[in-house]
Design a protein around this ligand. Sequence first.
Ligand SMILES: C=CC1=C(C)c2cc3[nH]c(cc4nc(cc5[nH]c(cc1n2)c(C)c5CCC(=O)O)C(CCC(=O)O)=C4C)c(C)c3C=C
Ligand SMILES: [Fe+2]
Ligand SMILES: [Fe+2]
Length: 351
Amino acid sequence: MAGMARMAVVLFNLGGPNSLEAVQPFLFNLFNDPAIMNLPGPIRYALAKVISWRRAPIARDIYARLGGHSPLLEQTQTQAEALEDLLKARGHDVRCLIAMRYWEPYIREAVARVRTLKPDHLVLLPLYPQYSGTTAGSSLTQWNEEASKVGLTVRTHKVCCYPTEPGFVKALRDLTAVEVAKARTVGEPIVLFSAHGLPRKIIEAGDPYQKQVEETVAAVVAALGEPRVEARLCFQSRVGPMEWIGPSTEDEIARAGALGRPVVVVPVAFVSEHSETLVELDLEYAHFAQNHGVPLYLRVPTVGRHPAFIGGLADLVERAVRVDGGPSSHINHRICDSVCKRCPHRQVAAA
Ligand SMILES: C=CC1=C(C)c2cc3[nH]c(cc4nc(cc5[nH]c(cc1n2)c(C)c5CCC(=O)O)C(CCC(=O)O)=C4C)c(C)c3C=C
Ligand SMILES: [Fe+2]
Ligand SMILES: [Fe+2]
């Protein structure tokens, strides 16, 4: 059925600055996103200018420690290659493209490429396992805008989220088990599942992100098959003056330190390496752990191009194309119907 049909898959991610000069305009794009700052256009624009200028020196320092640029695009490219290779090995005629939300290659560039490719099926696949309006939702919304600007008429299938996708869960479980075993040379570890936080107001307005992160953690803990392991969910990367959801990853690290227990940190909402893992988790929190008496601090790698994860993404793509048409053009409608109150597939289904 999908056998000889031509497919394109667009992988969405946040994007990151490719030079230190790009840091401030990248931050401006982020804070000027109505999905991040829900304010009237001119006010948001002015505030985004101010906040991005204020944040830029801190962020430049973060990216300077990564050699002056974010590795996110290279990481995403290796994932796109692995996914394309696997789908081809499964017999599909497919191209995998990348579309970043706040820096190059931008979503409108991917729209232009899809327009020339003219595939029979297009699958939009956010590299965010858990749905948030600030991440996957923002990318899917911008895709709709850019696609309608140029009158793109490709048959489009959207994946909104896959918090308990078996391949994703298996990859995280395998990577976590390795570090837990290492930590046990020192003592019984506390396993801290660390997700990017969000302002509490966004969750209270119905964003399903936190609930879906909890689902991922529950699935990985179940797959670990060790009922006695102490696992906790916490949230990192807070910026700005608003109240964010907690507990914070730092508070949990301090708590483990007070107990003299080793810590295994599992990035549960990122699927590749970038500033939030390589700087925040590996440098800042590692240092914090040392200062708070944690005897051993280990960080689980992100799923990256782990075969189980890439296999899971390929399964999602195949299912998205198979359940073609109507409300099912969104493949995780079971999840969405129960929790994705503002999932973009609803608008697609209604249109
Ligand atoms: C699950 C993933 C993410 C959510 C949710 C998210 C929400 C969110 N982020 C900011 C502000 C910043 N995020 C920054 C970097 C960054 N964020 C994510 C993912 C999520 N963000 C990633 C993968 C990255 C790394 C990008 C890279 O290095 O390539 C930054 C820039 C770095 C810094 O200054 O610390 C900011 C700022 C907000 C405000 C928000 C929700 C409201
Ligand atoms: Fe972020
Ligand atoms: Fe959905």
